[in-house]
Design a protein around this ligand. Structure first.
Ligand SMILES: CC(C)(COP(=O)(O)OP(=O)(O)OC[C@H]1O[C@@H](n2cnc3c(N)ncnc32)[C@H](O)[C@@H]1OP(=O)(O)O)[C@@H](O)C(=O)NCCC(=O)NCCS
Length: 356
């Protein structure tokens, strides 16, 4: 990890040199989010709409998940389209030209296709000539993992401007015959521009903590379409190209893990939930968010929740929630922000930053 566990907000820090770098220590550049952008398709799928598709009720969905509606794409709209739209908005808000971007990282589990990567398609769509990029798959923790990856490239002095995008068209892998899962997901994208920061007052990332546990990989997965189960008549007939989930087990993992990883990150930085000005959790289920916030000790008015409007948009939830926080005036310069995620993998993650 390049970022130190605890950061002196006033002093620039030195990178801990690895064995191979001992003779060329590099200064660590502080890194901040300088703009946020989002893309939400206009199509709506309400709880009422879902009652006409599967055996469910608006009341069940609201009380068990907190979701009221989700946005869904029209046929032919892909993750790269939403990702590019969100990226363009972030760039325009920052007043930065696409040609100034050096690296594009797209977190997604619904790439336009297996290859080329969605990052390549976004690069072309936004006109980021000369940039390089790649996709990163960590499901609902994907944006946070991509965020740390992007931060390292700036902190280490390799790049100056990095776009990190979370984009998912979850409706492309949702089984609308399965009431257990089809009520949960929606489509969206969010993007942030990462740049160097002159001081902690200007905003900066403080620390990240991530963890995966592949022993739970079977609990939430898309069984077919990869090298294990390539597409065939059989995989289609068995509906294996749709996501499958053991909801109650994932629910238990999520409620415990998201708070645990956030609390560990806070503790190693000498902080508690009471120090957090804004808690941005992954939006999977309002009950999961409420439980996590309570275990962290984050006051309800500091917790950002927009799952009612968008459902679970997987890699897009964190930047979408950042945008909601900004729109609602809840995220201000100088705020200590805690981000927490968990998802398929099983993955979990947390980040601490000072908003600039
Ligand atoms: C999916 C989830 C909302 C289900 O809520 P739950 O309270 O655990 O409900 P259960 O799965 O125990 O199901 C309770 C009952 O509701 C039923 N049910 C499930 N979906 C339903 C729906 N859409 N409408 C009505 N009833 C439904 C179940 O069939 C079950 O009925 P049964 O008792 O007759 O078998 C919840 O488990 C969850 O949020 N899991 C984590 C999902 C998640 O976050 N995934 C992404 C991780 S990033």
């Amino acid at each position: 990890m390049i970022m130190p566990n605890t950061i002196d907000m006033k002093k620039p820090t030195q990178a801990p040199a690895t064995a191979s770098e001992q003779h060329v220590p590099r200064p660590v550049q502080l890194v901040k989010i300088s703009a946020v952008g989002t893309a939400v398709p206009p199509g709506l799928l309400t709880n009422e709409d879902l009652t006409k598709i599967v055996d469910t009720t608006d009341e069940w969905i609201r009380t068990r998940t907190g979701i009221v509606q989700r946005h869904v794409v029209a046929k032919g709209v892909a993750s790269s389209d939403l990702g590019a739209e969100a990226a363009k908005q972030a760039l325009s808000r920052a007043g930065v030209a696409p040609t100034d971007i050096e690296l594009i990282i797209v977190a997604t589990i619904t790439p336009d296709m297996i290859f080329p990567s969605t990052a390549c398609l976004v690069q072309h769509k936004i006109g980021a000539k000369g940039a390089w990029g790649f996709d990163l798959n960590a499901a609902c923790s994907g944006f946070l993992y991509a965020l740390q990856t992007g931060v390292q490239f700036i902190a280490s002095g390799v790049h100056k401007k990095v776009l990190v995008i979370g984009a998912d068209i979850m409706t492309s892998i949702t089984d609308y015959q399965d009431r257990n899962t089809c009520v949960l997901f929606g489509d969206a994208a969010g993007a942030v521009l990462l740049e160097g920061s002159s001081s902690a007052d200007d905003g900066c990332f403080i620390d990240f903590l991530h963890e995966v546990d592949g022993s739970g990989g079977h609990l939430l997965q898309l069984p077919a379409g990869g090298s294990l189960n390539p597409a065939s008549h059989e995989t289609v007939e068995k509906r294996m190209h749709y996501l499958r989930q053991d909801g109650p087990t994932v629910f238990k993992f999520a409620t415990l893990k998201m708070s645990e990883i956030c609390n560990r990150l806070l503790a190693r930085n000498g902080l508690t939930g009471a120090d957090v000005d804004v808690f941005i959790p992954h939006q999977a289920n309002k009950r999961i968010i409420d439980a996590a916030a309570q275990r962290i000790g984050a006051a309800p008015d500091r917790v950002i929740i927009n799952i009612d409007q968008f459902g679970n948009t997987t890699a897009a939830t964190v930047p979408m929630a950042m945008n909601t926080a900004l729109e609602q005036g809840k995220l201000k310069k100088g705020d200590l922000v805690l981000i927490g995620t968990m998802g398929a993998g099983l993955t979990s993650g947390a980040a601490l930053l000072r908003w600039g």
